[in-house]
Ligand binder design. Structure first.
Ligand code: KIV
Length: 277
C-alpha cells in the first residue's frame, strides 16, 4: 500500500521540478477514482456550491455542507492529501472564527489541511490556524468569494498595480508558512513570475502552464457540469453524455420490459413459479 501523501510530499514536487495534477472532489466515489488515478491532492472546494448544490456562485455554501462532503471525500482518499476549502464568512470575520472553523474541518471531517482565499488581509488568520497545528493552502488572484466586489469572475493582475498586489499577497502567505498556494485567473506570465519568486509550490487554475502544479474542478474536466464551461478548462471526457445514454437505455428497457432480465432476479425454489411476460 502506498503511503499517505503529506504536505512535505507536495512541497517536494517543487523541489524536484515535477509538475503535478490536483483536482476537486466532493464525494466518496469521485475521491476514490481520483485517488486510484494517483492524484496527490484533493480539494473539497467551495465550488461544490455550484457543481453539487446548483447555486450560482460559491458564496452561500456553509461549513456544515462542506463538512459533510469532506467526510465522504476523506473516506475515499486512501493516499491523496485532503484539503477543505473554508467557505465565505468562515474565516473573514475574526481569527477566532478562522481557527474554530479550520479545527472543525480537521476534527469533524478528517481534512488534513484547509485553504482560504486572500493574502495580506488574512495573515493573522493563516498564522493562527497554523499555530493550531493545521496546514494552510493560500489562494490569490481571482477570488470567487469576492464575486460581487470584482463584478463577477474576471481575470486579475492585468494592470501593474493589481499584479504587484497579487505578488505581495503571495509572499505574505508564504511568509506565514502556508505549504502551497493556488493562483487563479491571472496572466500566465505573472503566474510564472510568482512561481519563480516563491519557495512553496504554486497550483494554477486559469494561470497558464508555468505553475508548479495545476488544479481543475472535477466536473469540468470529466464533462459532468454543463451550466458553465470555463475557458481555462479542458473536457477530457464527456460523462454527461455517457450518463444520458445509460439513463435513456435504462428507461427504454424498463418501458419495453427488457429490464430486469432473468439474470437480475430470483424465483422461489420448489415452485412452478415463473414471471409473466
Ligand atoms: O472551490 C474550488 O474549486 C477552488 C478551486 C477552483 C481552486 O477553489
Amino acid at each position: 500500500m502506498k503511503a499517505k501523501i503529506t504536505i512535505r510530499d507536495i512541497r517536494k514536487f517543487k523541489e524536484d521540478a515535477a509538475p503535478f495534477a490536483t483536482v476537486t472532489a466532493y464525494d466518496y466515489v469521485s475521491a476514490q477514482n481520483a485517488d486510484t488515478a494517483g492524484i496527490p491532492l484533493l480539494l473539497v472546494g467551495d465550488s461544490a456550491a455550484m457543481v453539487i448544490y446548483g447555486l450560482d456562485n460559491t458564496i452561500p455554501i456553509s461549513m456544515d455542507e462542506l463538512i459533510f462532503l469532506t467526510r465522504a471525500v476523506r473516506r475515499g482518499a486512501k493516499n491523496a492529501l485532503v484539503v477543505a476549502d473554508m467557505p465565505f464568512m468562515s474565516y473573514q470575520p475574526s481569527v477566532e472564527d478562522a481557527v474554530r472553523n479550520a479545527g472543525r474541518f480537521v476534527k469533524e471531517s478528517g481534512a488534513e489541511a484547509v485553504k482560504l482565499e486572500g493574502g495580506t488581509a488574512y495573515t493573522s488568520q493563516i498564522t493562527a490556524i497554523m499555530e493550531a497545528g493545521i496546514p494552510v493552502m493560500g489562494h490569490v488572484g481571482l477570488l470567487p468569494q469576492s464575486y460581487h466586489l470584482s463584478s463577477g469572475y474576471r481575470i486579475q493582475g492585468k494592470s501593474k498595480l493589481e499584479a504587484e498586489k497579487i505578488k505581495d499577497d503571495a509572499l505574505a502567505i508564504q511568509d506565514c508558512g502556508a505549504f502551497a498556494i493556488v493562483l487563479e485567473g491571472i496572466p500566465a506570465d505573472l503566474a510564472e513570475e510568482i512561481t519563480a519568486m516563491l519557495e512553496i509550490p504554486t497550483i494554477g487554475i486559469g494561470a497558464g502552464p508555468r505553475c508548479d502544479g495545476q488544479i481543475q474542478v472535477l466536473h469540468d474536466i470529466i464533462g459532468l457540469y454543463n451550466d458553465h464551461a470555463p475557458k481555462h478548462s479542458k473536457q477530457f471526457t464527456n460523462l454527461s453524455s455517457l450518463m444520458q445514454e445509460a439513463l435513456k437505455s435504462y428507461k427504454s428497457e424498463v418501458e419495453n420490459k427488457q429490464f430486469p432480465a432473468a439474470s437480475h432476479y430470483i424465483l422461489r425454489k420448489n415452485t412452478a413459479a415463473k414471471v409473466s411476460s
